[in-house]
Write a protein that binds this ligand. Structure first.
Ligand code: C5P
Length: 239
């Protein structure tokens, strides 16, 4: 399947809310197919982290757009996943804090910032393809012509539990209730913002991961990849 997937598919998108399993699914599906993995949430997080570090005014659009244009941000594939660097400094862990998570909406809601991000993401895709791109707007805005689009979801309690476990293991001091309420606030913000709101992309396959193990989730996505490949092959053989 891998060779044929690499030849026939350029971009697979995975969108969904936080804790839906999309990062794990994107990383593992990419590994299985031999595709690159583009974590666009990490890009929004990196800009947020840098804006906080420079003490920028998070309500000043011009400052944030300027930062997004200038930032020397790189996503480096490694054996353990994607390493995120700013000016060569590894910030992979630093961008996962609660502080960055809670302030990312200042960055993600600015049209000018998003326009710049879309440019960067398409440029990265030209370099990295074939790839699995994950985020909130990958199938709707960034890659509307992707051959395969997924939208992952899970009930809020499950998503909060997953985030809680992640943050516990990285030593963050937060309660489950705080996480659940943060998830509800971010869901509302992500889906009601005027620029590129989180929504199911046209033609996307919706996968409810609430009761799925990681393995089952990745198997399910891979099954759809296989199905699309068979359809593409049938079409080609008729031509
Ligand atoms: O997915 P993750 O939690 O890492 O995303 C970090 C932040 O970036 C979230 O606030 C999310 O709304 C935003 N984001 C976005 N568009 C994307 C990816 C992430 O607005 N394509």
């Amino acid at each position: 399947m891998t060779k044929s997937a690499k030849q026939s598919i350029r971009v697979i998108t995975i969108d969904g809310p936080s804790g839906s399993g999309k990062s794990t699914a994107a990383r593992k599906l990419a590994q299985r197919l031999g595709f690159a993995h583009l974590d666009t949430g990490a890009m929004y997080r990196a800009v947020t982290f840098q804006a906080l570090r420079q003490g920028l005014n998070l309500r000043d659009s011009a400052e944030l757009i300027n930062l997004t244009k200038q930032i020397d941000l790189d996503l480096v594939p490694t054996a353990h996943g994607t390493e995120v660097t700013i000016c060569g400094q590894d910030v992979t862990e630093l961008i996962r804090t609660v502080e960055v998570t809670e302030n990312a909406h200042f960055i993600a809601s600015r049209r000018g910032v998003r326009d710049e991000m879309v440019k960067r993401q398409r440029k990265l895709a030209r370099k990295l393809a074939p790839l699995v791109a994950e985020g909130r707007d990958q199938g709707t805005v960034v890659f509307p012509h992707a051959q395969l689009k997924f939208f992952l979801d899970a009930d809020p309690a499950t998503r909060a539990r997953r985030r809680y476990q992640q943050l516990q293991s990285s030593g963050e001091n937060v309660t489950y209730e705080q996480i659940l309420s943060g998830i509800q606030t971010r869901d509302a913000r992500d889906s009601t913002r005027s620029t590129a709101p989180l929504e199911v992309p046209p033609g996307a396959i919706i996968v409810d991961t609430t009761n799925m193990s990681v393995e089952k989730m990745v198997d399910e996505l891979a099954r759809h990849v296989q199905r699309i490949l068979s359809t593409l092959e049938q079409r080609q053989s008729k031509q």
